[in-house]
Design a protein around this ligand. Sequence first.
Ligand code: NAD
Length: 425
Amino acid sequence: MSGFYKKSLDERLALIKEFAGLEEKEIADLKKYGAMDFEIADRMVENIVGTQQLPLGIATNFVINGKEYIVPMSMEEPSVVAAASKGASIAKITGGFKAESTPPVMIGQIQLLKVKDWGKAEVAIGKAGRTLVDSANEADPVLVKFGGGAKKIETSVIETERGKMLIVHLLVDVRDAMGANAVNTMCEKIAPRLEEISGGESRLKIISNLAIYRTVKATAVFTKKALEESFKKGDLKGEEIIEHILDAYHFAANNIFRACTHNKGIMNGIDAVAIATGQDFRALEAGAHAFASMKGKYTTLTRYYKDKEGNLIGEIELPMAVGLVGGAVKTSPIAGIAVKMLGIKTAEELGQVIACVGLSQNFAAMRALSTEGIQKGHMRLHAKNIAVMAGAKGKEIDRIAAKMAEEKNIRVDRAKELLKESEDK
Ligand code: NAD
């Protein structure tokens, strides 16, 4: 495989065909490109042999700060798009979601080692703050032109098993960018000067994904009446549903095993919009989970409580490093179309939509989990995947999925039986 990156697509495919024992049909599938052809993909990442394709669905009913959105979501899991839309339809009754953002300020970190006098170095860096900020800005005049750029320097000394370290934070307003490249470049630019000032040695120069200065807060009101009516022939009154949801929330808020899955449900929505719009979803994941542990224990990214009328208020707050310039947003054709479908003009607005989808997703999961359970809806939608796993094709997929749902027995062995029965006929 040496020099794989230098080989043509056909040469690469021939090599992996032999190495992994792929069949002609599998190579033909790899050659099926969608909107992103080989040339685009080859410019985005290394050693390309194909493109992975995920379904792109649209979540409906989203009203955020009074504006209606259709929300593109891309992912492999059934029932996520339906759940996000369901949550949004209940929030819509009271006017939808309200969201607000802090300015798009990211943190770059520079690690300084072997400093002789830690206290003096901190003071000296503080004094040179303005010139360091100006120097960082020389690295990105475009960002400065758009009103962004480095704004501030902060320092701290940490004790580690390998001795003290001086950590410099460079705060950068990245405007409509996710900001990692912009911030990393600035950190590398000022590192030599920081070495001179501190007398130390700089090592890591890298953005932090824990974007505590760049957060979105969103809220929605879910009424008793709307919750009650959201079940066709619900046995529970609206008040009871809200009590159940609050029990579920307090379980998650106080138990790390549950909090982890609670937040996974939030990220179902967040990642799906992030993937559809070409965002760095790992950055969002890392930031979200670190933020969830900021208060000394890992807890939920959402919060639920009752208002004076006894309706349910849902809130979410999390870091939101998303961009509309840079990254894959401009290179991936589908990401560009997804952004257009959203009708958003700024990264801030995109972040607000993403946070609201996270809240809606979480609310819908809590509503189902604390009442009928999620498997009923989930398995009905998952039945088609099970039918495919069993080998069904074309119309057989829907027929077998419907039959299994009717029998309330959605399992691969049953799908295989049904498939065999129809083949034997
Ligand atoms: P980028 O460098 O491609 O684009 C940002 C640049 O675009 C800015 O520096 C600026 O010069 C220019 N620009 C033009 N118009 C602008 C506007 N209106 N607002 C802001 N900037 C504007 O992208 P980036 O956002 O700096 O970096 C994102 C990429 O970095 C992602 O692909 C991410 O995956 C990757 N990355 C992430 C990490 C991490 O998260 N830890 C680390 C390294 C790289």
